[in-house]
Design a protein around this ligand. Structure first.
Ligand SMILES: [Zn+2]
Length: 320
């Protein structure tokens, strides 16, 4: 199951204690996925579609609980073209339906369709959270934290997209809108913002899972960075050591260790004995102990001697 579906399943099980919040959430779901049908006899019915069975059940519960309306559910089975079943919650023409549509802010008092979210539904912070939950259930998705951090809500209604964006911003979430074909995409980037949004809409298990993966990922990245860094340092040490060993061998085989100072000889012998030690470690082996820069100085001296020998050898060759 995708992270998105798991999150929605969790959210679908949350039924607010307050009727105000249930209404706000239902209103959001209707705005996102609802359509009003007007028959020839000017009778209205309401259809709400969703691909998530738990969401369909939640819509039913809220419609029944709040308005005691008669409902029916139709299932369109998945086909080759469609990945998921589609659940159609249908509320056929009946008296109480216009009351629902008015209260959910779909119709004004004169029975005309409204294009904006009714501010009254969003007065209280509890309802604003519930509205965002409905919006997410209706058209949201969130990437698994394993991949790139991305959460979005898509709607074909530009005004509603703006309302959703503003509503998120009221929670200090830096939501943005982009266009994808004919859709308006309200999105959040960044793990912290997504975690905060999941918290706001009450997806606490999803939030915990998200955080776990995020922490794991962060630690893994840190470890990788450290390992890379250490490998780089190690390579540097080894490259330097290889050069030093070449110098030392050259000095030993030409000038001979007996003809260099005792301090250089000690440094040279230690390097041969501990080829992969760092300068600091080599300094620690010296008697008496020598600092890193002292050690580096001696190895440089050996390099100078070796360079001189190389120059002489080349000179001799030219003369021959
Ligand atoms: Zn409320």
């Amino acid at each position: 199951m995708s992270f998105s579906t798991a999150t929605k399943n969790e959210l679908a099980r949350i039924i607010s204690k307050h009727p105000c919040c249930r209404l706000a959430e239902l209103a959001a779901l209707i705005r996102m996925d609802g359509s009003i049908q007007i028959s020839s006899g000017k009778l209205m019915s309401l259809n709400i579609t969703t691909e998530n069975a738990a969401v369909a059940r939640k819509i039913l519960l809220m419609v029944k609980g709040l308005f005691n309306l008669q409902t029916e559910v139709l299932v369109q089975r998945k086909t080759r073209l469609r990945k998921n079943n589609v659940y159609l919650v249908r509320i056929p023409p009946q008296q109480q339906l216009s009351k629902l549509l008015c209260q959910a802010g779909m119709l004004d008092r004169h029975g005309r369709l409204k294009d904006t979210v009714q501010e009254e539904l969003l007065k209280k912070i509890c309802c604003r959270r519930a509205y965002l939950r409905g919006v997410f259930l209706g058209g949201g998705s969130v990437n698994s934290p394993e991949g790139t951090y991305h959460l979005e809500v898509i709607t074909d209604n530009e005004q509603h997209a703006n309302s959703i964006c503003r509503l998120m911003q009221r929670f200090r979430l830096p939501a943005r809108i982009s266009e994808r074909k004919n859709w308006q995409v309200v999105y959040l980037k960044g793990s912290e913002q997504i975690v905060r949004f999941l918290n706001i809409i009450g997806a606490h298990s999803a939030l915990l899972n998200f955080e776990n993966v995020r922490v794991y990922k962060d630690v893994r990245n840190q470890v990788n960075r450290l390992v890379n860094c250490e490998t780089a340092n190690l390579n540097k040490t080894i490259n330097a050591s290889v050069r030093q060993l070449e110098n030392i061998k050259l000095v030993r085989d030409t000038v001979g260790f007996d003809n260099i100072s005792a301090s250089l000889r000690e440094a040279a012998e230690l390097r041969v004995k501990y080829p992969d030690a760092s300068l600091k470690e080599l300094g620690d082996y010296m008697q008496p102990r020598l600092g890193k820069s002292g050690m580096s100085h001696r190895l440089r001296k050996l390099e100078e001697i070796a360079e001189k020998i190389r120059l002489e050898v080349r000179g001799d060759k030219k003369m021959m």
